[in-house]
Design a protein around this ligand. Structure first.
Ligand SMILES: Nc1nc2c(ncn2[C@@H]2O[C@H](COP(=O)(O)OP(=O)(O)O)[C@@H](O)[C@H]2O)c(=O)[nH]1
Ligand SMILES: [Mg+2]
Length: 269
């Protein structure tokens, strides 16, 4: 079973060496694709240097800061070409600790998409989050869950593992959102296609080095994405059985059964 971890980077020079080292040291023999957007701090060059030392690491270079969503898509395409069976996505700043990678990836034995989740029992964030940030994060999640009827508890988490068939069947180039709202749209599309989710608790840590790239503008865009998708959900409503129902998905989770359908039908999103 080939596992490929995609790490989008923009100015992550101080984190990358340790992160790559820890992932490569995991027993699962994971492969890594770093997707760098010509980081001014030289992260791309560092990734190339690390790739020379380890053949399980590959690097995609893009000409400038093109956004998190398209970085994931570029990584997905390369991972599929490289015959990955499952594809993990995680941040470069240690907010997603590499020690959780095996557990997140293992979820795909029972469901289509695994999530390293802050919002299931045992999960959470490290101490430094003040009440305002906690409230913002929780309410953004609840808003997206309710508006889009999402099953998962952590809908904005970037720590995920997708089975190969999920990425093959989603028309990646038709995903409209870029940036952080990509995560919400991707989850919504997966659920519409009848794919199931599993969550394992993680402790989300503050970034080890460097600065966050999320802006206020990204938060507005994420809200817009939720409203846009909620509208399309209303307009393009189809009988639930075509997509798999929420109840069926929950049942799959409870009984930890492998879903029986191979590749569900694609709806018009
Ligand atoms: N390639 C690429 N990576 C990005 C871009 N924006 C953010 N990232 C990476 O995406 C991950 C999450 O970003 P981060 O700034 O930590 O967001 P935060 O955790 O929400 O504050 C990190 O690994 C960033 O380096 C981008 O435009 N292009
Ligand atoms: Mg971060």
């Amino acid at each position: 079973m080939k596992t490929t971890v995609i790490i989008p980077t923009y100015n992550e020079r101080e984190n990358l060496t340790d992160l790559v080292g820890e992932i490569l040291a995991l027993d699962m023999g994971a492969y890594i694709i770093v997707v760098d957007d010509n980081s001014p701090d030289g992260t791309g060059q560092l990734a190339d240097d690390l790739a020379v030392q380890n053949e399980r690491l590959r690097v995609i270079h893009r000409p400038g800061k093109l956004g998190l969503g398209t970085a994931y898509i570029a990584g997905f395409k390369m991972a599929l070409t490289d015959n990955a069976d499952r594809v993990v996505t995680m941040d470069a700043d240690f907010s997603h600790n590499p020690r959780y990678v095996p557990a997140v990836a293992a979820l795909t034995a029972q469901c289509h998409v695994g999530i390293g989740s802050r919002y299931v029992p045992g999960g959470g964030v490290t101490e430094d989050w003040g009440p305002r940030r906690r409230f913002l994060s929780r309410s953004a999640n609840t808003f997206a869950r309710i508006m889009l009827g999402l099953d998962a508890h952590d809908c904005t988490a970037g720590f995920r593992c997708y089975r190969r068939e999920v990425l093959q069947s989603i028309e990646l180039d038709r995903i409209f959102s870029n940036g952080y709202s990509f995560l919400i749209e991707m989850m919504y599309r997966c659920q519409r296609l009848g794919y199931t989710f599993g969550e394992t608790p993680i402790l989300f840590e503050n970034r080890h080095q460097g600065r966050s790239k999320i802006s206020q503008w990204e938060i507005y865009k994420a809200m817009f994405t939720v409203l846009r998708l909620a509208m399309s959900r209303l307009l393009f409503w189809r009988p639930a059985e075509r997509y798999g129902t929420r109840a069926a998905n929950l049942q799959t989770k409870q009984h930890l059964k492998a879903p029986t359908s191979a590749v569900p039908q694609k709806p018009d999103l």
